[in-house]
Design a protein around this ligand. Structure first.
Ligand code: PLP
Length: 257
């Protein structure tokens, strides 16, 4: 432990099912030490996000600078950003660290529809995206990003290709909420599409799978895997964790270790 480190910038979900706590625990299972700075503080049950509170930019910037100066990370995973000042500090940090992989899960809404980003943050999100090495939207997030980057194409394939070309960053569109080809993730990179098929299509309502997937991809990139191999590994690992998952008393499912 400790020879590879990932910086996690994500929201704090006190249930541990998503966000910073979930990211740190899955990275530890891969033998990776996490540095973590919360981008926002959520109040949620295992079922629903009830409220999101800002963290101060002053705390965020100082914590980020102090931790990463003493322990430089080998990779970065970014999840929920929430507010514009945190987005600006994240952007500045990424500009100075172009030499290490950064995976962005553009968390915009919770599964229940609660917004996890403020409107004020969309402009800085647009500046952050081109500084990343992979962006992992779900279908709903793809639609919002397509609008943000003025993508004209319709349908997942045209949109994905056009958007990844515009941002010049590979795009992994997660298929968990797709109607056709359910569970098939599409990677758009260098004008090509690669498909990642699930072994089994599950119908359960899981919490935090997107967070875990992007963290595992970042872990594999830091370990030297190619992008496709990192995605394949991460997808299989999530499926295995879903197969062994557990149901919370309120009915949603959590990934197992
Ligand atoms: N809370 C945090 C901090 C998150 O990052 C996320 C999703 O990424 C959620 C809540 C919502 O998770 P879900 O969509 O599984 O409800």
């Amino acid at each position: 432990m400790g020879d590879k480190r990932i910086l996690v910038l994500a929201g704090l979900d006190p249930t541990g099912g998503a966000g910073l706590l979930a990211d740190v625990s899955i990275l530890r299972e891969e033998g990776i030490h996490s540095l973590g700075v919360p981008t926002a503080l959520t109040i949620q049950s295992g079922e629903k996000v009830q409220k999101v509170e800002r963290v101060s930019a002053r705390y965020f910037e100082r914590a980020l600078s102090s931790a990463t100066t003493s322990l430089p990370p080998d990779g970065i995973k970014i999840g929920m950003i929430f507010s514009a000042p945190i987005g600006r500090a994240t952007h500045k940090f990424l500009e100075d660290r172009r030499n290490i992989p950064a995976v962005l899960d553009p968390v915009l809404f919770a599964s229940g529809g609660e917004p996890l980003i403020l409107d004020e943050t969309m402009a800085v999100l647009k500046m952050i995206i081109p500084l990343c090495n992979l962006v992992t939207p779900n279908i709903g997030e793809l639609d919002v990003l397509a609008e943000l980057f003025n993508v004209k194409g319709t349908g997942i394939e045209k949109r994905g290709l056009e958007l990844s070309g515009k941002i010049d960053v590979p795009l992994l569109v997660k298929g968990g909420h797709r109607k056709g080809e359910k569970g098939v993730d599409l990677l758009f990179s260098q004008e090509k599409i690669s498909r990642f098929h699930p072994e089994k299509v599950g119908g359960k309502d899981f919490h935090g799978t997107g967070c875990a997937l992007s963290s595992l991809i970042a872990a594999m990139l830091v370990k030297g895997h190619s992008l496709k191999s990192a995605i394949s590994f991460a997808k299989k690992s999530i499926e295995m964790r879903m197969a062994k998952g557990w149901k919370s008393p309120g009915g949603r499912w959590f990934l197992s270790s």
